[in-house]
Design a protein around this ligand. Structure first.
Ligand SMILES: C[S@@+](CC[C@H](N)C(=O)[O-])C[C@H]1O[C@@H](n2cnc3c(N)ncnc32)[C@H](O)[C@@H]1O
Length: 393
């Protein structure tokens, strides 16, 4: 097919799907198919030189988001259109700087231009006012020096993948022997707090069904067990708290484990949820032995395979065969044609802590090597985390 035929074909594909009357955010499958077709169309229309320049200069957009957050620009226009002049007088920033930041925000759809140097809100603007989204912008920008050092790290180590938590691009860039999370907990506690706010809501994904809406957790937890749910490295406990809000009748103990600095920093948590300081590189304590569910959300993707084996091995030793399950909430990357969002996350995990987003075959191998077996892959409605259900082999 010639380029123009490809483009025509993609436009037809988009037009035929777009005539459906579905609410796109509630039909994740169609939305992701359309997004893929639209991205293919943009790629087909983009000249090669434009494609490279858009990537090599793209980091500036991230920086503009942070400046807009620092100046509170999204909050300023969320309920009322404002001119650059007004925004400059409220914030004290140079008006021409405001115009430059805002015209970038218009170009990427984060705000709308409703007049000459007048800006108003879009759904993106509203999202940008959420604390967890602001924290995500800040936290990811904070790590860009690590990204910058990664090619040098790979050159020096002969292009090998990290095998431990303390020999990753992070340690190379930050000149530390501490792993990523311990570094933030001990050396940059403020950044750790921002990170936990980020994890509380991630990017506040619109209409993303929580995992308990499509995984039968109520049924799993209906089996009597003294300890029902252990949220291993559960941060502020927001996942367990959400689960308890969804199923207030859940019986058995619910426990959130994390590093002491994180556990001590928890401000609000349902009193039914117990807090436990615990390092997942050490044996699980007696108190959680035989739990029905050990939950690992956004944990294994942070780490190289060898570290995952240690974490899983410690859980395995605390499991009761036939009763305990591990539920892993992480991306399940399609073997063919994975979405860009998952690949961006894969590379971010790699440079931040030597981790990876994994495909079904990679999950199966990782779990098998730890003496466990995948009993089922549960796929989410869209491209967010799935649930990998694991039992003793
Ligand atoms: C990516 S966050 C995931 C938090 C939570 N499970 C969620 O899904 O929002 C990783 C968590 O692992 C915790 N962590 C890192 N190293 C740890 C360790 N050695 N032992 C226990 N928790 C650890 C961090 O403090 C952080 O809360």
């Amino acid at each position: 097919m010639s380029s123009s035929q490809v483009i025509r074909h993609l436009i037809e594909e988009l037009q035929s799907s777009a005539t459906q009357e579905d609410d796109l955010y509630s039909d994740e499958k169609t939305r992701i198919e359309l997004l893929g077709a639209a991205q293919g169309l943009v790629a087909a229309l983009t000249r090669p030189d434009e494609a490279v320049a858009s990537i090599t200069h793209g980091a500036g957009r991230h920086m503009c988001l942070q400046v807009a957050n620092d100046l509170g620009l999204f909050d300023l226009i969320v309920s009322k259109s404002r001119s650059a002049h007004e925004m400059a007088s409220v914030t004290g920033a140079n008006e021409k700087l405001i115009v430059r930041i805002m015209r970038m925000m218009v170009a990427i759809g984060f705000v709308e231009q409703s007049g000459d140097r007048v800006y108003s809100a879009t759904p993106m603007t509203r999202l940008m006012t959420l604390p967890s989204v602001k924290a995500g912008v800040e936290h990811t920008l904070e790590g860009l020096d690590i990204l910058q050092s990664t090619p040098e790290y790979l050159k020096k180590n002969g292009y090998h993948l990290p095998r431990t938590m303390t020999d990753t691009p992070f340690q190379f860039a930050r000149k530390t022997e501490l792993d990523n999370h311990k570094y933030y907990a001990e050396v940059r506690p403020e950044t750790m707090k921002t990170f936990q706010v980020f994890m509380d809501g991630l990017y506040g994904g619109p209409a993303r069904a929580p995992w308990w809406a499509w995984y039968p957790i109520e049924e799993v937890l209906s089996v009597d067990s003294e300890v029902a749910f252990v949220d291993v490295a559960g941060g502020n406990g927001h996942q367990t708290a959400g689960l308890l809000r969804a199923f207030p009748g859940t019986k058995g103990r619910l426990i959130v484990q994390d590093l002491p600095e994180v556990i001590q920093g928890i401000k609000v948590l349902d009193p039914r949820i117990e807090r436990m300081s615990y390092d997942f590189l050490t044996p699980q304590p007696e108190a959680v032995k035989g739990a029905r569910v050990f939950f690992l959300s956004n944990i294994l993707h942070d780490h190289p395979d060898d570290v995952c084996h240690t974490i899983l091995g410690n859980i395995r030793a605390a499991m009761t065969p036939g009763n305990s399950k591990i539920l892993i909430s992480d991306m399940i990357v399609p073997e063919i044609g994975p979405p860009l969002r998952q690949l961006d996350s894969d590379i971010t995990m790699f440079f931040l802590s030597g981790g990876a987003e994994r495909s079904p075959s990679e999950w199966t191998e990782l779990i098998k090597t730890a003496g466990l077996k995948v009993s089922k892959f549960w796929y989410p409605p869209g491209d967010q985390n799935g649930i990998i259900e694991v039992e003793i082999a």
